[in-house]
Design a binder for this molecule. Structure first.
Ligand SMILES: NC(=O)c1ccc[n+]([C@@H]2O[C@H](COP(=O)([O-])OP(=O)(O)OC[C@H]3O[C@@H](n4cnc5c(N)ncnc54)[C@H](O)[C@@H]3O)[C@@H](O)[C@H]2O)c1
Length: 214
């Protein structure tokens, strides 16, 4: 793999799509795929695929295409998916439960190792064999279970204090679903999701259409 190259965020954002598509292809039994077909499946041009992948090294064979299994392994390694990350979910409500029950994370190499909540009724329960601990045990459990990534699914007003606890306990990444801007030290990789952005965007385009039809 080439070292010290700055990869654009757009390329990095496309890699999970490549990985998912290659995995589907592998499950379908495909051994080789042309960049045209791969591009059609992902929804990008073959030139874009060649450009994206060329940032990381030489993949594929001219006139033949890409070897599915090999490319999937390479893209997986670029994404760090071969490392098996341990994750913890904080807040076992509607969203936290949905994420805790979502099995696809495991197949990507993300292992949910602990769940935390403040609700006494939930503490001690198991979700798919993963124990729910009291939030008061977070500082002890995160290092003990070698947890790298914390997922925040608590109400917005508690999200910053949960983030601070996760950082102090030693996580290196935070996946935040609470609708609030979190402050974390620079060495922490923070990704915040907002599902309402997608819906609001649809609303915007639908309203435009309705205005045009009026
Ligand atoms: N990003 C999105 O698109 C999206 C979508 C849905 C919900 N959300 C957000 O996710 C969060 C959870 O939503 P929900 O619908 O699952 O809420 P919920 O009320 O169903 O669940 C919240 C859970 O957090 C627990 N909790 C409260 N304070 C806590 C703390 N300090 N530490 C640990 N656990 C604590 C509660 O006991 C409860 O189990 C909210 O911030 C919500 O706005 C985001």
């Amino acid at each position: 793999m080439k070292e010290h190259i700055v990869i654009s965020k757009a390329t990095i954002d496309r890699l999970p799509l490549y990985f998912r598509t290659l995995r589907t292809l592998q499950e379908e039994g495909a051994e080789i795929i042309s960049s045209e077909e791969l591009g059609r499946r992902i929804g990008v041009t073959p030139e874009q695929i060649r450009k994206d992948l060329s940032s990381f090294g030489e993949f594929g064979k001219k006139g033949v295409g890409y070897y599915v299994r090999e490319l999937m392994r390479n893209v997986g390694e670029i994404l760090g998916l071969h490392r098996n990350w341990n994750i913890a979910i904080v807040g076992l409500g509607h969203l936290g439960s949905a994420l805790a029950n979502y099995r696809n994370f495991v197949s990507l190499g993300f292992n949910i190792k602990a769940i935390f909540d403040v609700d006494r009724e939930k503490v001690g329960q198991h979700i798919q064999d993963v124990e729910v601990y009291s939030l008061s045990r977070l500082t002890e459990i995160i290092p003990a279970k070698n947890i790298h990534i914390g997922v925040i699914t608590v109400p917005a007003q508690f999200a910053q204090q949960v983030a601070d606890k996760l950082v102090a306990a030693g996580v290196r990444g935070i996946w935040n679903f609470a609708p609030v801007k979190l402050n974390v030290p620079e060495h922490i990789r923070l990704i915040s999701e907002d599902l309402s952005v997608g819906l609001t965007s649809i609303s915007y385009y639908l309203s435009r259409q309705l205005i045009d039809e009026d």
